[in-house]
Each structure stands twice: as C-alpha cells, then as structure tokens.
Design a binder for this molecule. Sequence first.
Ligand code: NAD
Ligand code: DAU
Length: 336
Amino acid sequence: MRRILVTGGAGFIGSNFVHYLVEHTDAYVVVLDKLTYAASPEALEPLPADRVELVEGDVTDTGLVDSLVGSLTGAEDAVVHFAAESHNDNSLRDPSPFIRTNIVGTFEILEAVRRHGVRLHHVSTDEVYGDLELDDPARFTETTPYLPSSPYSASKAGADHLVRAWVRSFEVAATISNCSNNYGPWQHIEKFIPRQITNVLAGGRPKLYGAGENVRDWIHAADHSSAVWTILNRGQIGHTYLIGADGEQKNLEVVRMILSILGRPEDDFDHVTDRAGHDLRYAIDPTKLRTELGWEPQFADFRAGLADTIEWYRANSDWWRPHKDAVESEYAARGQ
Ligand code: NAD
Ligand code: DAU
C-alpha cells in the first residue's frame, strides 16, 4: 500500500488533503502535526483508523522526522509538506515561530528526504511573489521574481529557496506549488472569510481592513487538494506549479457577498485599522498546471462555494464558538 506522510495534516488545507487521499486513493496516510492553536484534529476523526494515523510532533524534531520519513520505503511513497505557521497578522506580532516552523522545519524535511531518497511535494503560497497593482494586466507565473512583504511570506519564500537548492545540489526529488487564497470548511476563524461569517453568525459586524480595495484570488480548498495530488503524481521533478482558479475578488465585495447571503444589509460592516505592509493584489496564472498536467478546478462558482461554506460554519458552531471571543479580543486590542 502506498504511504503518504502529510505534515500539517490536522490544519485547514492539510486535513482537506487527507480527506481527498482517503476518498480518491487507496494510500495509507501518516499525519505529522504539532497540533498548534490552528489544528483541528476533529476534522480527521471521521476517517478510518486503518487508513489514517495521527502522530503529534514537530517538523523541527530531527529524530522524529527522520524515523517517519525513513518508514517510507515504497517507490511511490512520498512526503507532502503543508505544516506551517500560516497567518500574516500573527507574523507581524511575533515572527519567531514562522522562522522556526516554516524555514527550519522545511530544512529538517529536506534533510530527511535526502537521507532516505523519498519524493517530496512542498506546499507554498503565491505571497512569495509580493503583490500586483490593481490594474496590472499581468498575473503571477512560475517565473515571477520573489518579493515577499511580510515575515510569513518571507519565511515561505525562504523555505521555497531551500527546496530549490536541495533539488539542484543534492538531486532531491521535489516539486513545489504556490497556491492562492483558500476558502472552505475548517478554516481557522482568525482568517478573513471565516472571521466575517462567524462575526455575522455571532450577531456582530464584519471587519474590513482599510478601504477593502485589496484583491485576493480565491480557490476552494478541495481544488487545492486535487491540484497537489495531480502535481505529486504527474509533475516534473524540480518544477514549480502555480495553483489558482481565476477567483479574483475585492475584499469589499467578499464582505458584501457574505452579508447578502446571510440576509443582512450590504453596508452593515466596520472599516478597521489596516494591516501593516498590506499586499494589494494577488492573482495566479494557472496555465502551466492546466495545460501541462490537465488539472481543472471543480468549484468554479465562488458565490455558491461561499454559500456552502457559510452553511458549514452555521452547522458547526460547536467547533468555532468556544474560540470566538478570544480571537476577537486579540483583534480588538490591535484596533482591528
Ligand atoms: P493552518 O494554519 O490551518 O494549518 C497549519 C497546520 O500545521 C496546523 O495543523 C498546525 O498544527 C501545523 N503545524 C504548525 N507548526 C507545526 C510544526 N512545527 N510541526 C508540525 N505541525 C505544525 O494552515 P493552512 O491554511 O492549512 O495552510 C497549510 C499550508 O498551505 C501552509 O504551508 C500554507 O503556507 C500553505 N498555503 C495556505 C493558503 C491559504 O489560503 N490558507 C494558500 C496557499 C498556501
Ligand atoms: O495568498 C495565499 C495566502 O492567503 C496564504 O499563504 C496564507 O496562509 C493565508 O492566510 C492567506 O493570506 P492573506 O493574508 O491573504 O489572508 P487573510 O485571510 O488573513 O486576509 C485576506 C484579506 O482580507 C487580506 O487582504 C486582509 C483582509 N482582512 C483580513 C482579516 C482577517 C480583512 O479585511 N479583515 C480581516 O478581519
């Protein structure tokens, strides 16, 4: 049976990918996750124990990573590396866990796959490319120069550079993907879309940074999962693939859409203090992934995907409600 080690597999996108593996493949999945504040091990609970095993541990733990990677002995076995500190606002408050997990953690994964000759797919972000002007006709491609803005995106850029160097210098069999903003079930309520949905469901108002002109390129997490599986199986070693679903939206429009789906007036939100160094626009050109590997997203209708996501948060308030006050008081302390 093919074995896949998924780091960060209890997080928002990692757990979606583990579900994808159970539903679409016959692989045995080992999840390595530190179970930080961002983890949702509950997301893995419905999965069968003979298909998925959760190991609580840190990607910076050399011995643990070595033993888990060393147990991948089949020719098709692989590591898919999602584990990261992922929230820009947190990286502005305290960059240190971002440097440790995102850079040192990736270094440990690379050294282990090098020692054991194991295939690696490294999951990264479009933020490594910096931002675009609102009216720039160009979108990010695989050759766009790196220009990260925040401690989070700089740490992801650093990790990507390590992967590229290990491929070139040590012939590690790795691919990289840089994906745009994900939405869907199980996303932590610190993030933009779930924060606004749960604000409204809890009787409050959405909080928009600055004027809300910033653009993000939304993709459903399930489409990210299918793209990663496609790249793992059909991607060329040493290549980078950009993952996106043509989902550009202004933050202001997303807030209005959430309010409208929830039956509230579209101006029923607050403008709050902007993020320091706030990237203006992200946009992915996914041509290489679509034409070379034949991948297509399934969630083409953003409003419909958003409506389903809102319903999921309504049905799963037991999961997010216990954390809501603490998350909001941290934001309030920063005027956000
Ligand atoms: P998340 O914060 O929801 O989950 C991260 C997971 O990693 C958590 O389960 C956490 O416990 C685990 N983790 C953190 N530090 C760890 C450590 N030291 N050792 C082991 N596990 C650790 O993040 P996400 O949004 O699911 O993002 C997953 C990956 O996808 C990240 O690499 C992120 O950079 C990338 N990505 C995210 C997006 C997005 O929109 N969320 C877009 C593109 C790329
Ligand atoms: O582009 C991919 C990246 O997308 C991933 O690498 C990151 O892990 C992920 O967190 C996300 O980063 P962003 O910073 O774009 O996502 P966030 O959800 O924090 O914010 C999205 C936009 O919404 C951004 O322009 C900031 C704005 N925002 C955010 C919050 C939390 C608000 O206006 N109000 C808010 O309350």
